[in-house]
Each structure stands twice: as C-alpha cells, then as structure tokens.
Design a protein around this ligand. Structure first.
Ligand code: FES
Length: 126
C-alpha cells in the first residue's frame, strides 16, 4: 500500500480548479506512456499573468493531487514565474510524494509548460 501525505489525500478528495476553460489562451496535454495517465492543463493569460488555470486529469491519485496543487501554485504568477515551477515545488507543497509517484508530479510540471508554450506560440503567430 502506498502511503500518501494528508495534503495529497485532501487535494485528491477535493481537487482545486478541476475542469476546462472554454476559449483558453493555451492548452498543454501530456501523457505518461508507462502508466497511461493523461493530463490536460488550460490557461487564461491576462497582463502576462496566469489569470485562470484549470486541469483535467485521467490518472492516479498522485496525478490528480499534483495537478490540483499545480493550479494553486501557478495562479496569479507571471508567465516567467510559472515556467519556473518544478516538480519539486509541487512535491514539496504536497508534503511529499512516495518515490514511485514522483513521475506523476513531473506530468503536472510538463503540462503547465506545454500550455505556456502553446500560449506563446499562438501569441507569436497571432
Ligand atoms: Fe502515472 Fe500517477 S501513476 S501519473
């Protein structure tokens, strides 16, 4: 049995910012080919800041808790600050993750970066 921290269980039971943003400024979708989990992050950007962020995660408890925590960490941050959020920030904020579950937090980090990349590329071309 994997032991999760209280914070992980709390975010899993009560995920923040779950859902979809209609008309997002950027979308990031990442998957882990080994466990098959998929994570999608939607962002809305205003004045170079993450004004809104939502996620949809088809995955394990740690992936859902990581996405939820990611949205809390990213909201209100500038694009530059948000790009600096690492899996370690997510793990720390969650009060730790069991070793075999670290990759779940990597998914959250990467999904946000993909969403920002998507936003920046649209901005450049639009
Ligand atoms: Fe793959 Fe958690 S087991 S994201």
């Amino acid at each position: 049995m994997i032991q999760y921290s209280k914070k992980v269980i709390e975010h899993f039971n009560n995920p923040r910012n779950m859902g979809e943003i209609k008309d997002p400024d950027g979308v990031g979708k990442v998957g882990n080919p080994i466990c098959g989990d998929v994570m999608k992050v939607f962002i809305k950007v205003k004045d170079n800041k993450i004004a809104d962020i939502k996620f949809k995660t088809l995955g394990c408890a740690a992936a859902i808790a990581s996405s939820s925590m990611l949205t809390e960490l990213a909201k209100g941050k500038t694009i530059k600050e948000a790009l600096k959020i690492t899996r370690m920030d997510i793990v720390k904020a969650l009060g730790g993750l069991p070793e075999p579950k670290i990759h779940c937090s990597v998914l959250a980090q990467d999904a946000l970066r993909e969403a920002i990349k998507d936003y920046l590329s649209k901005k450049r071309s639009g």
